[in-house]
Design a protein around this ligand. Structure first.
Ligand code: URA
Length: 283
């Protein structure tokens, strides 16, 4: 649909979301209950209220929306948002590039309140041709200083995970939902995610990876347009705008809960199977 024609409709749908009408739309997620989650600091079961989508929501293969929570035995797709078929928000920007996105963000973005305390905008790093993209939550202290995602303790663990998959950091692309550090490593807030996530979606559209790996609840909930806790669908495959998307636990969570590493390794092995990768041999 032409942007000029879709804009009023999109604005109306956002307004309908604000009124709590979204469950009546087949391709809109129900409004979530407010909650807290910061993958660097809270439990994996916590949930976050997401903004209404202002960009194309992902075509999660799912059955119709529901209000009751699922039972443990129900398939994952039964409780994620129903987004079958073409969405109103499916447009992609023709001839977009990572450099154009960086230029559009600008060197001194002030679009959200995160700009006040940040030192560097952390755009993303890696191969623009990557078959695998890792999406985290937002920069932490070290990332803010260095201007590169996942370079602190959690980042070192992510690097080990990537290498265990038989890859190197420059083979993949690494980015975050928000590009500026939330103060005190708090969760990115609804308005911050709403402001910044369109740039993430453009990055994913440009790179067109085969697989997107969401690290933690914030990335998964943002891209899947759900409020469900990550442990409900971790390790499951979803369709995201032509890519295969899987959520796994955030490396910061693994630093606090090393026992969960085996679960994450199982998830990474599923990704490796799709990408035809073989684990790195131990020297
Ligand atoms: N945690 C994230 O989610 N992203 C980073 O870049 C670093 C830590």
């Amino acid at each position: 649909m032409e942007a000029s024609r879709s804009a009023p409709l999109e604005a109306w749908l956002r307004y309908a979301d604000d009124l709590g009408l979204s469950p009546f739309y087949l391709d809109r997620a129900p409004r979530p209950a407010p909650g807290v989650s910061r993958s660097g600091s809270t439990s994996v079961e916590t949930e976050v209220e997401l903004p209404p989508p202002h960009r194309p929501p992902p075509p999660v293969t799912a059955s119709p929306p529901r209000s009751a929570p699922p039972s443990a035995s129900e398939p994952v797709a039964a409780f994620l948002p129903s987004l079958t078929g073409a969405s109103l928000f499916e447009e992609r920007i023709d001839n977009d590039t990572l450099e154009q996105i960086r230029t559009d963000i600008g060197p001194a973005c002030t679009r959200c309140k995160l700009h006040k305390a940040r030192r560097n905008i952390v755009f993303g790093v890696g191969s623009p041709l990557a078959k695998l993209v890792f999406v985290g939550e937002g920069p932490g202290h070290d990332e803010d200083i260095q201007g590169e995602p996942f370079v602190g303790r959690a980042g070192k663990l992510l690097t080990q995970m990537i290498e265990a998959m038989g890859l190197r950091r420059h083979d993949v692309y690494i980015c975050n939902v928000v590009k500026c550090r939330p103060p005190e490593n708090r969760l990115p807030e609804k308005d911050e995610i709403a402001t910044c996530s369109p740039y993430l979606i453009r990055q994913l559209d440009v790179i067109k990876p085969k697989v997107i790996c969401c690290l933690g609840a914030c990335a998964a909930q943002t891209l899947l347009n759900t409020t469900q806790g990550i442990s409900r669908y971790r390790g499951e495959w979803f369709d995201y705008r032509g890519a295969k998307l899987m959520a796994t636990y955030h490396p910061a969570y693994l630093l606090r809960n090393p026992a969960a590493k085996s679960e994450v390794w199982k998830d990474l092995q599923k990704i490796m199977a799709v990408l035809g990768l073989h684990p790195k041999r131990r020297e």
